[in-house]
Design a protein around this ligand. Structure first.
Ligand SMILES: Nc1ncnc2c1ncn2[C@@H]1O[C@H](COP(=O)(O)OP(=O)(O)OP(=O)(O)O)[C@@H](O)[C@H]1O
Length: 906
């Protein structure tokens, strides 16, 4: 985060030693405000501009590419300055926030005339009304319509001598959402990844905990530590009570101490950033532990649920399934996808709603049609509550409520609505028709962006506003008449009455006529300015007219503002109901989106129950299928059965490179996620016993940023799975052990498989190029082998992408290398080496087989003897067989490694 120090300024201002003449009163005010906000760029309001000074100006001018100038001196040196026009401040703010800066917005909080009355040297009072930080923005132009903008506060409580439970408070100020939950320490990283916050607030003690340092270093959120002393439990509770104006929190349910600590930190930070108004937050909802599918950060990344590995939305599962038509709906869909459910009844209710919308094409079309017209009710409501709304926000609330009423009525027409749809219909029907009518009657058809521009109250709604406006426009006609009269009286046809910010209204005549006026041609003309070829005058009559014009315009604006305030107050009084309606519209959009997708791509309703089933018939990978569809290629559907009834609970997949192993693994994980999200799934049939935790690991790429090697990352992540997966978990392991020497990797993969089979006993898919592992199929009762079919074709190979029982004959790495464009000489040489290595392997006197090795301890007590084979012996035997003249030792090692990946089982 960028830091711009005010210390130097404050020191200089305080000591005065470096001052030549002391700072001007305005600069003294600036310095004081800046010193109170040292971590922010200070947007200091001066008329129509926000000005930045000193190092803030240098930082902002570099970041925004705006001109750096200077204004006056401080301590004998020029003061750097740059400024942005108030009207365009949002654009600049969004760029600064995007770059990780925090901005303090300092407004003039009194009329300049007021300041003048206090004395000639008085400066207009200014105050910081708001800190703009990544997690607390509310302006549409700064927000992504389809993504929540979360501030996540973290608190904790000790659950044992060595362990903490972490409370999470997720607040989206832009919609008022406020959710509390608690997770064990092991799940903290996954919970942060699920929320994907823009900003994290926590105590300095949590921030300084070395066990968590990696989390703060790795998150893309801005991390803000607060002093522990400010976050004591009593003050956290008090803040919650004050926010909702209640004497006790009992009415909200029972929260843990960690959740209250998190809520207190969140509210403190919100209060600190939203200085001008209390943020209108919904009553916090509490998520019970275990009601969502636990997905850790690495699994989320690997499965590319809401973002691809490179951070893009395009290419993610979310992108592939999103058929929502409103921003509200798009945000809820992302939220659902990040937290699939585990409660069977809740999952079934969502499926029921989707099923109904799949069947009822007319209802689905009507819903989607209406929802596409619904503006972003939640964000408009939040801005209204914060006093930041413009006329278009009021119109958005009008139109959103209007759509709610229409949809409520449309749904109420339907018979036998499933529970979820009936509940949503009831919420929608509660929209206040009277409020909609008032907003319709009061707001003009064309609306300005800002309320200060005026002109948004409909003609005919408020007689006094109409009168004042008329006076204003009539006065303009009177100005024109006065100009004609003065022109006639002076005999000057080019006489004009003009207006500027300095003189207000004035009469402009050519120099010669001006001279005559000065000599008495026009006695009531008062000279104001002499230009090169013109002279400017005012007159008493013109002055009076000006008063009338401005008076009328000001009065019209003030009256409009009071109409605006009344409407806002009515909306704020109903904030809870309107917030509920916004959520209901979003939920309808999500259900209709799932239904649209299911119809469009022929997806089926999955059955989710409490069993250990995992039976997918003709499953597909939604993202790969969509990509192939674009190029006109068909996706090959594949079955999967991990139920352990007759077939295995662990499926070991071997197969050629490029055969489709990874795709198959992931598609099954994604089907489980979609099923528990409440969506239909890309399969002909799916029966899934509820999954409590989902793990997915790929033999990882180097993580240089973390300073960890490929293999270290792979092992840390694998350790987490073996330690945390329960019987009800689903585990996807893709080429575990590939990041180290062949035999080390093989042994680790082998031991992991045994552990999954015996200790975790969970449903698992395990893809590998270690073909030796397939022999475990005969020894581990619940492990079965599957492979990806290929057809050999002359000297090439065709990948059929079909998963069939059995083991792979070969990996076809050389064929893939050829397709990839490896020089033909290298491919030919690799072929010769491979033949040599295979021959050596065949002729080896005592070829070790997996059956020669002892069983996993729990399968074959008593204790394990030492492994019968020393890996180095095997290595030596193989190397002996290679012609030493043909290969350097390094080449030999590489050839050996390739051989291990290439060699067919047995
Ligand atoms: N079921 C399928 N139907 C059609 N095409 C598929 C299918 N599965 C995979 N493919 C295609 O094959 C490509 C390779 O698939 P994938 O990465 O899953 O192979 P892999 O066996 O894991 O390869 P490697 O072992 O080299 O990592 C995919 O990008 C996709 O284009």
């Amino acid at each position: 985060m960028a830091r711009s120090s005010a210390r130097n300024l404050a020191d200089a201002a305080g000591s005065g030693t470096a001052e030549v003449a002391g700072p001007t009163p305005m600069m003294a005010q600036y310095i004081e405000i800046k010193a109170a906000n040292p971590d922010c760029l200070l947007f200091y309001r001066m008329g129509d501009f926000y000005e930045l000074f000193f190092s803030d100006a240098e930082t902002a001018s570099r970041a925004l590419g705006i001109v750096l100038t200077k204004r006056g001196k401080h301590g004998g040196a020029d003061i750097p300055m740059c400024g942005v026009p108030v009207e365009r401040a949002d654009d600049y703010l969004s760029r600064l926030i995007g770059l990780g800066h925090r901005v303090a917005v300092c407004e003039q909080t009194e009329d300049p005339a007021e300041a003048k009355r206090r004395g000639p040297k008085s400066v207009v009072r200014r105050e910081v009304v708001r800190l703009v930080t990544p997690g607390t923005i509310t302006e549409d132009r700064l927000l992504d319509p389809g993504s929540a903008n979360l501030l996540l506060a973290i608190g904790r409580r000790k659950v044992s001598d060595a362990a903490f439970a972490y409370g999470l408070a997720a607040i989206d100020i832009s919609t008022g959402r406020f959710a509390l939950s608690e997770v064990p320490g092991a799940d903290l990283a996954g919970a942060i990844a699920r929320h994907d916050p823009r900003e994290i607030v926590l105590s300095d003690a949590i921030h300084a905990d070395p066990a968590l340092a990696r989390l703060w270093a790795e998150t893309r959120a801005a991390v803000v530590p607060l002093a522990q002393a400010e976050l004591e439990p009593a003050s956290a509770e008090r803040r919650l009570r004050e926010q909702y104006g209640v004497a006790t929190l009992d009415g909200f349910g029972t929260f843990t101490r960690a959740e209250i600590a998190a809520a207190g930190a969140a509210l403190l930070y919100v209060a600190r950033t939203q200085l001008a108004a209390r943020a209108p937050l919904c009553v916090p909802t509490r998520e019970e532990a275990g009601t969502t599918l636990a997905i850790d950060a690495a699994t989320r990344a690997n499965l590319e649920l809401t973002r691809t590995l490179s951070g893009e939305r395009v290419g993610s599962l979310l992108d592939a399934i999103d058929r929502t038509v409103s921003a509200n709906g798009a945000r809820l869909l992302a939220e659902h996808l990040a937290g699939p459910l585990t409660e069977l009844a809740a999952i079934a209710r969502r499926h029921d709603a989707v099923a109904r919308l799949v069947e009822d094409r007319a209802l689905r079309a009507a819903l989607r049609d209406a929802l596409a017209r619904a503006p972003d009710l939640a964000r408009a409501l939040s801005r209204t509550g914060l006093g930041r709304a413009g006329p278009r926000d009021l119109a958005a609330i009008r139109d959103g409520l209007d759509v709610a009423l229409a949809l409520g009525a449309r749904l109420a027409d339907g018979t036998d609505l499933p529970d979820d749809l009936a509940r949503l219909a009831k919420i929608l029907a509660r929209a206040d028709r009277d409020l909609v009518e008032t907003l319709r009657a009061s707001l003009a058809d064309e609306l300005p962006l800002n309320r200060r521009d005026g002109g948004y109250v409909r003609v005919g709604y408020h007689p006094e506003i109409d009168e004042a406006r008329l006076l204003g426009s009539d006065s303009r006609k009177v100005v024109a008449a006065l100009q004609a009269r003065y022109a006639e009286e002076t005999g000057c046809r080019t006489l004009r009455i003009k207006h500027n910010g300095l003189l207000g209204y004035f009469i402009e005549v050519p120099q010669s006529v001006g001279e005559a006026c000065l000599k008495g041609l026009m006695r009531d003309f008062v000279h104001r300015q002499t230009m090169i070829d013109a002279m400017r005058f005012t007159s008493v009559e013109l002055g009076a007219l000006e008063q009338k014009i401005f008076g009328a315009a000001d009065r019209a604006l003030a009256l409009e503002a009071s109409v605006f305030d009344d409407l806002s107050a009515r909306i704020v009084a109903q904030a809870e109901a309107i917030g509920g309606i916004a959520e209901a519209l979003a939920a309808l959009d999500v259900a209709a989106s799932h239904a649209e997708l299911a119809v469009e791509l022929d997806w089926c309703r999955p059955q989710v129950d409490a069993s250990m089933s995992f039976v997918i018939a003709e499953g597909r990978h939604p993202v790969v299928e969509a990509a192939l569809r674009k190029s006109g290629t068909a996706f090959i559907a594949n079955d999967c059965d991990l139920s352990g009834e007759g077939r295995g609970r662990i499926r070991l997949i071997t197969g050629p490179n490029m055969g489709g192993k990874s795709t198959y693994l992931r598609q099954n994980a994604l089907i489980a996620v979609l099923a528990q999200v409440g969506a239909f799934v890309p399969a002909r049939e799916a029966r899934i016993g509820r999954v409590d935790r989902l793990f997915s690991r790929v033999g990882a790429a180097d993580d240089l940023a973390r300073g960890q090697s490929t293999f270290m990352v792979e092992m840390v992540e694998t350790a987490a799975i073996l330690n945390q997966a329960t019987r009800h978990s689903l585990v996807i392991l893709d080429e575990i052990g590939r990041g180290t020497a062949t035999y080390d990797g093989l042994s680790i993969a082998w031991a992991c498989l045994e552990h999954l089979h015996e200790a975790n006993a969970c449903r698992s898919l395990f893809a590998t190029h270690f073909h030796e592992l397939t022999a475990l199929g005969q020894r581990l009762a619940r492990l079965d082998n599957a492979t990806l079919k290929v057809a050999e074709h002359r000297d090439g190979v065709v990948f059929l992408h079909e998963v069939v029982p059995g083991v792979a004959e070969r990996s076809y790495g050389l064929q893939v290398a050829r397709i990839a464009g490896l020089p033909s000489a290298v491919v030919a040489r690799a072929g010769a080496i491979l033949k040599g290595l295979e021959k050596a392997e065949r002729e080896r006197p005592s070829r070790p087989r997996i059956d020669d090795l002892p069983l996993f301890a729990s399968l074959a007590p008593p204790p394990l003897p030492e492994p019968a084979i020393e890996a180095d012996d095997r290595l030596g035997l193989l190397l002996d067989a290679i012609d030493p003249d043909a290969l350097t030792p390094r080449e030999a090692m590489e050839a050996l490694y390739r051989l291990k990946r290439e060699r067919a089982a047995g």
